[in-house]
Design a protein around this ligand. Structure first.
Ligand SMILES: [Zn+2]
Length: 349
């Protein structure tokens, strides 16, 4: 079969090449790849900045936003041939830490977890892949190729779950949510906000391209100003940019008792000790909670499937702005101005 592989930490080594069939030790369920989403992590791995091959190997099969069709369910599985499935990305660490021991691998405490297509386990950008039945999530067949949005949806499903568990620490009636960043994660966070009946606002620096219209089509309000210029104090802010100035403004502008949920991973920017104290002071005086969240565990994968199944298919399809063939994976990794989610399609749905 063929697979998109890379020698991690070595730029320029990615290729679509002949590769051995998936090893039976990778799982009893055999899956034909339908599509794999591309995200910033894949780009970083291709650029040689990130990633680890499986132990004893030099190359890693890329891809963690999967969608496939079961072609052999194996034994010990309730799956059937033809079922559409998505593979859970993270596996618990082998120690295991207390969180991994109870199935909360997204909260792993020792960092020794592994991740398909990222850290020590082959990913899903191959014509066929294998998976353990307990790590295969069945998706609503009516979603079709939109099932490839499941993995990014799990990230914001967990983010919302944690926001809610923080919110109920006190009397809590949230009405408004601000999502910063209108990429795939931000737009899916906005979708969940709408499904929860909230007044949803999305802020992004883009003033043109598809994002403003996609936000309006969701019934949400699009802003391209700064957080402090919004003119209201959101009850919840889901921060998806990782940009320092957006984060500090979010903490200063969220409502009293508000929650700022950080999902974006950025770096650098201006540091200023006095400003940090000012930001902290507003957090103290307004009873604000700032929380960070990454990855997701099985309950979030299950819930994310329900969220996508409930969503308007036409709206979801607007998030996939480009579909490339595996031969063109290099173009798929290039970021173009109007891209939201780029998908590599391996087989017809
Ligand atoms: Zn762990």
């Amino acid at each position: 079969m063929k697979a998109i592989t890379v020698e991690p930490k070595k730029p320029g080594t990615a290729m679509y090449e002949d590769f051995p069939e998936p090893d039976v030790h990778e799982g009893s369920v055999l899956v034909e790849a339908v599509a794999v989403g591309v995200c910033g992590t894949d780009v970083e791995i291709v650029e040689g900045k990130y990633g680890w091959p499986p132990p004893g190997k030099t190359r890693l099969v890329l891809g963690h936003e999967s969608l496939g069709r079961v072609i052999d369910p194996g034994t010990n599985s309730s799956l059937k041939n033809g079922d559409l499935v998505v593979g859970i990305v993270r596996r618990p660490d082998p120690v295991p830490c207390s969180n991994c021991a109870v199935g909360e691998w997204d909260m792993c405490r020792n960092g020794q977890y592994t991740e398909r297509g990222i850290k020590e386990i082959h990913g899903f950008m191959s014509e066929r892949w294998r998976i353990e039945p307990e790590y295969a999530i069945k998706v609503d067949p009516s979603l079709g190729i939109l099932g490839v949005l499941l993995e990014p949806t799990t990230v914001v499903t967990k983010a919302w779950a944690h926001v809610i568990s923080v919110g109920v620490r006190t009397f809590w009636e949230p009405r408004t949510v601000l999502v910063t960043g209108a990429g795939p994660i931000g737009l899916l966070a906005a979708l969940i906000g709408k499904q929860r009946g909230l007044d949803v606002h999305v802020l992004d620096r883009n003033t043109t391209g598809p994002k403003p219209e996609i936000v309006r089509a969701l019934g949400a309000t699009y802003h391209s100003c700064t957080v402090s210029a919004l003119g209201f104090e959101p009850d919840v802010i889901i921060e998806c940019t990782g940009v320092g100035s957006v984060i500090s403004e979010s903490i200063q502008c969220v409502s009293s008792g508000g929650i700022v949920c950080l999902t974006g991973v950025g770096h650098g920017g201006v540091t200023n000790k006095a400003a940090v104290a000012d930001v902290a002071a507003s957090a103290v005086l307004k009873n604000i909670v700032v929380l960070g969240t990454v990855n997701a565990n099985k309950r979030h994968w299950y819930r994310a499937g329900e969220i996508l199944a409930r969503a308007d298919r036409k709206w979801l399809s607007r998030l996939i702005t480009r579909i490339e063939k595996p031969d063109n994976f290099k173009q798929a990794m290039e970021r173009k101005p109007d891209d939201i989610k780029v998908v590599i399609q391996f087989s017809e749905i």
